[in-house]
Design a protein around this ligand. Structure first.
Ligand code: CP
Length: 306
């Protein structure tokens, strides 16, 4: 399947070769950015954010601007006609006529697929509920590629809220193309949902589950830390029981391989002490910045500017 006009709803819709194609394009954009300026002149991206965001919205918008395109949209749905009772479906149908590509973030799992079914223009999932965040995965992979000599055969630990963490649900699947050993480290109540675990095992991925980070910390090439997602808890007491359960301090590095890389999709709350930010192991801000070339690559491929 080609890239032109393609929806990006689930990372599961892309082959290993297609993922690598995006990473290669992003690397070229990062090296030769001025060459890409003006590539999408005359194209418009609609940025529909029904949930708060800093990185996803701003990096998509910056990517479109750097490519010479225009941006419309909202980050505060209460300022749209949804407040007057307009439905999600009608909102998508209308915006579809104003743009060339739609980027959507929404609290409901499956909403990006629904938008893609309604819209004639390509839809990019910027995070749908607790389900998936496929474009985060693309620059997570890009970050791994930049920091590790080989993307294959790595030992990768996912730490924190693996139940609600959509970045984990997308990235763990994408990694299955690269023969990893995966460690899922969480409290029992925030374990990786069974459907994702079964899927990984069916693909032959070696998976371990653990509650104590220190039992596996010296086995890891990458530790992918996630925030406990307070906003997803229906019961405040359940959140209170797991709040602050993992907090990385500088002394943590005494228990790891020297070449460990610490990643985090951000935002962080209290799970990584800022004193760790300057450590060579910490690549989470570089990871956030990698969003730009990767989202530029994706937009240029989908809108036919490459
Ligand atoms: N990582 C990520 O999706 O960040 P935002 O919620 O700020 O977009």
């Amino acid at each position: 399947m080609g890239w032109l006009g393609r929806d990006v709803v689930s990372i599961r819709d892309f082959s290993k070769e297609e993922l690598i194609e995006v990473l290669d394009k992003a690397a070229d954009i990062e090296k030769n950015r001025p060459r890409y300026a003006g590539l999408l002149r005359g194209k418009i991206m609609a940025s529909l954010f029904f949930e708060p965001s800093t990185r996803t919205r701003l990096s998509f918008e910056a990517a479109m601007h750097y490519l010479g395109g225009g941006v419309i949209g909202f980050s505060e749905p209460s300022m749209t006609s949804i407040t007057k009772g307009e439905t999600f479906d009608d909102t998508i149908r209308v915006v579809d006529g104003y743009c060339d590509v739609i980027v959507i973030r929404h609290p409901e799992s499956g909403s990006a697929r629904k938008a893609a079914d309604l819209a004639k223009k390509p839809v990019i999932n910027g995070g749908d509920g607790t389900h998936e965040h496929p474009t985060q995965t693309l620059f997570d992979l890009y970050t791994i590629k930049k920091n590790c000599s080989d993307m294959h055969d790595l030992s990768i630990g996912f730490l924190g809220d693996l139940k609600n963490g959509r970045t984990v649900h997308s990235l763990s699947y994408a990694l299955s193309h690269f023969n990893p050993t995966l460690y899922f480290i969480s409290p029992k109540s925030l374990k990786l949902p069974e459907e994702y675990m079964k899927e990984l095992k069916k693909k032959g991925v070696i998976c371990h589950e653990e509650e104590d980070l220190f039992k596996v910390s010296n086995k890891l090439d990458i530790l992918y830390v996630t925030r406990i997602q307070k906003e997803r808890f229906l019961n405040p007491e359940e959140y209170h029981n797991v709040k602050g359960v993992y907090q990385l301090e500088p002394s943590f590095l005494k228990h790891t391989r020297p070449n460990l890389k610490i990643m985090h999709p951000l935002p962080r709350v209290d799970e990584i002490n800022p004193q760790l930010d300057k450590a060579k192991q910490s690549v989470y801000f570089q990871q956030a910045h990698n969003a730009l070339p990767v989202r530029m690559a994706l937009l240029s491929m989908i809108l036919g500017g490459h």
